[in-house]
Design a protein around this ligand. Structure first.
Ligand SMILES: *Cc1c(COP(=O)(O)O)cnc(C)c1O
Length: 380
């Protein structure tokens, strides 16, 4: 995650810099026996032993029956969208990582942007309802920062229109509501195991499917549509997770509860230490179930002595690389900004949040001293 330093910034070495994420890794010796086994078997990809074990253990961990591992969330989204039979226009959020809309574009679909709710940062159900018309063939919401969308409103609307829902759940590993994992909602939910996420296999992902049939389709689509030596049933791609990543996934699963617990402690400490700083607003803690503390965003409001960008710059010159997720909005990027739904007046809340948000360092092994360093800079 090294990045180019804007001109004029103090030269700080890599290890003095504090980034928003520092990937969580298990002790290497826990992985070694699995790698040795893999080295002697020479099974490295294509439905190997660790792929099978990881898929099964992941389904058990998440408490969802149909899980298909994939090479990354972007490929998972493209395959799920394709399998969902959406055609043409799809409602989605402008407040996300660019991969969300790019997956639509690669699946031959047309994103229509809907404004977000200021408290959840997810698609606003009222605006969703307003944007719905006969031309809309699906919905692609994002559980932004691991905070659950209004899944009931979305399900009611989608059922009424008989259109599918694919959740971009890249941030939602381990998140539960009162009924269990939020990944059970929608026709598909897609996880990312990228290095920067709560649970990582360096790169990777999974598609949580509602039925055994749709899991079978994703299983085929991720390996060129190949059924066996003579049959190719679907026009698929290569989106397989390899044995190395699957083995790492098995080991990471043993530690992820601990990662989330530590994130929870850091979240609580930030909340306590930031509460009395005027002009910095925090999002309300997610209610009910279990949060994964994906990120720690603050909103820099007019009562704060610096603008968001000035604060970000100040932090960077002192070695704290806070990030403005998500700015620019997806709808402001050159390939999307000309569509009517991208117009500023259609997205006032996303625009306002995007201009004031700043994500602070949040990862399991962030130390108390490092966190204090961030707080001191915010305070003075
Ligand atoms: C990280 C991310 C993705 C892409 O995930 P990859 O596994 O890197 O392809 C998609 N959507 C959101 C919201 C993300 O944060």
């Amino acid at each position: 995650m090294a990045e180019h330093r804007p001109a004029g910034e103090a030269a700080l070495s890599q290890d003095q810099q504090l980034f928003v994420t520092r990937p969580a890794l298990p002790p290497l010796n826990e992985l070694m026996p699995l790698l040795e086994d893999m080295w002697s078997s020479r099974v490295l990809s294509n439905d190997g032993k660790y792929h099978e074990i990881f898929e099964r253990e992941l389904a058990a961990y998440l408490g969802v029956p149909h899980v298909a591992l994939v090479s990354n969330a972007t490929m998972g989204l493209v395959l799920a969208l394709r399998d969902s039979r959406m055609r043409g226009k799809v409602l989605t959020t402008p407040f996300s990582f660019v991969g969300t809309s790019h997956a639509l574009a690669f699946a031959g679909l047309d994103p229509v942007f809907v404004d977000i709710d200021a408290d959840t940062l997810n698609m606003d159900p009222v605006r969703l309802e307003e944007a719905m018309d006969e031309s809309i063939t699906g919905i692609l919401p994002v559980h932004c920062f691991g905070r659950s969308c209004d899944v009931d409103s979305i399900a009611a609307l989608a059922d009424r229109r008989r259109i599918p829902v694919v959740y971009d759940a890249a941030h939602a590993f381990g998140v539960c509501d009162e009924g269990g994992s939020i990944l059970r909602h929608g026709d598909y939910a897609v996880l990312s195991f990228h290095a920067t996420k709560v649970f990582n296999t360096f790169e990777g992902g999974a598609v949580i499917c509602r039925s055994a049939e749709s899991k079978r389709s994703i299983d085929l689509l991720r390996k060129f549509g190949i059924v066996d030596e003579t049959q190719v049933e679907l026009t698929g791609l290569n989106a397989k997770l390899n044995e190395f990543q699957s083995a790492l996934g098995c080991v990471q699963l043993r530690h992820v509860d601990d990662y989330i617990l530590q994130r929870g402690r850091i979240d609580a400490r930030y909340r306590q230490l930031i509460a009395d700083i005027p002009g910095l607003r925090m999002l309300a803690p997610a209610s009910g179930g279990r949060s994964n503390h994906y990120s720690f965003p603050i909103l820099v409001e007019p009562g704060y002595p610096l603008s968001r960008d000035a604060l970000m710059h100040k932090l960077r010159t002192r070695g704290v690389v806070a990030r403005k997720y998500f700015s620019p909005l997806i709808s402001d990027l050159p390939m999307y900004r000309d569509r009517p739904s991208a117009a500023a007046h259609n997205l006032p809340v996303a625009r306002r949040i995007s201009a004031s948000i700043l994500c602070l360092p949040m990862f399991p092994d962030l130390t108390e001293q490092e966190q204090q360093r961030v707080i001191d800079l915010l305070r003075h």
